[in-house]
Design a binder for this molecule. Structure first.
Ligand code: NAD
Length: 240
């Protein structure tokens, strides 16, 4: 079993499908957990510290990190999970504002939230940062170019930051889920969901708790010799 007793964690996008499952799994393993999301009311409820944060607002992220640090007594674990798919559009039809927002929410947020917690982790010589990328960052994903580019960016940022921090006790890894049954799929066109569904060798959509189990391991002391790595969780899709 994964033991996170005495640990503290921040999960961005923790009100959504995968983020909520991760927050619950970390809490069940003994961690205190702060949830940063746009879609929450501030306050301590159900064992979680809920913080209303837009993860692409530099000032809000910095303030949220200070508050979480105060309330939880340091931040040992950061799961950068908040994300949006953006519109399913051919690139030539993409509005710049939609492109920019998709890259900001999926990629710039990882920079902002990580930067806000690294100093504290460094001071304690311990940290686990886990980024939720996507198989979309590794393979051709027509009509989701902004999302694919942003998620490929998350994989690249994971490698760079993992290397930067390799000697500090802070490990940085990412996971690349395939199709997981959450509200996110409503942002995609039915055709894009069907095309993605057809590529799953195990022939079913994944569940948020299956991603959460992998993330919990990456957040734990059991994960001790991996950094800058991307872990696939896609029902065999990456075997294509
Ligand atoms: P979801 O829509 O259920 O949850 C996303 C959460 O992020 C929501 O609670 C939303 O309010 C929050 N969020 C969005 N923008 C935000 C912002 N600017 N600031 C703060 N919070 C914000 O989606 P999900 O499927 O649980 O996705 C979670 C992560 O997993 C995303 O990064 C997504 O790209 C990734 N992912 C999902 C799938 C899938 O098939 N569902 C596959 C691969 C990767």
């Amino acid at each position: 079993t994964i033991d996170l007793n005495g640990r503290t964690a921040v999960v961005t996008g923790g009100a959504g499908g995968i983020g909520r499952a991760i927050a619950e799994r970390l809490a069940a393993s003994g961690s205190r957990v702060a949830i940063w999301d746009l879609a929450v009311e501030e306050g301590e409820r159900d064992g979680f510290l809920f913080q209303k944060v837009d993860v692409i607002d530099e000032t809000a992220v910095a303030a949220a990190a200070i508050r979480a640090d105060d309330v939880l007594g340091g931040i040992d674990i950061l799961v950068n999970n908040a994300g949006i798919t953006g519109p399913t559009e051919l690139l030539e039809h993409y509005a710049y504002a939609a492109w920019r927002r998709t890259v900001e929410v999926n990629l710039h947020s990882v920079f902002l939230c990580s930067r806000a917690v690294i100093a504290g982790m460094r001071a304690r010589a311990y940290g686990r940062i886990v980024n939720i990328a996507s198989v979309a960052g590794k393979e051709a994903n027509p009509s989701m170019s902004a999302y694919s580019a942003a998620k490929a960016g998350v994989i690249g940022l994971t490698k760079a930051l993992g290397r930067e921090l390799a000697e500090t006790g802070i490990l940085v890894n990412c996971v690349t889920p395939g199709l997981i049954g959450t509200e996110l799929l409503k942002q995609m066109s039915p055709e894009a969901v069907a095309a993605s569904r057809a590529k799953i060798p195990v022939n079913r959509v994944g569940e948020p708790k299956e991603v959460a189990a992998l993330v919990a391991w990456l957040c734990s002391d059991e994960c001790s010799f991996s950094t800058g790595a991307a872990f696939d969780i896609s029902g065999g899709r990456s075997s294509y």
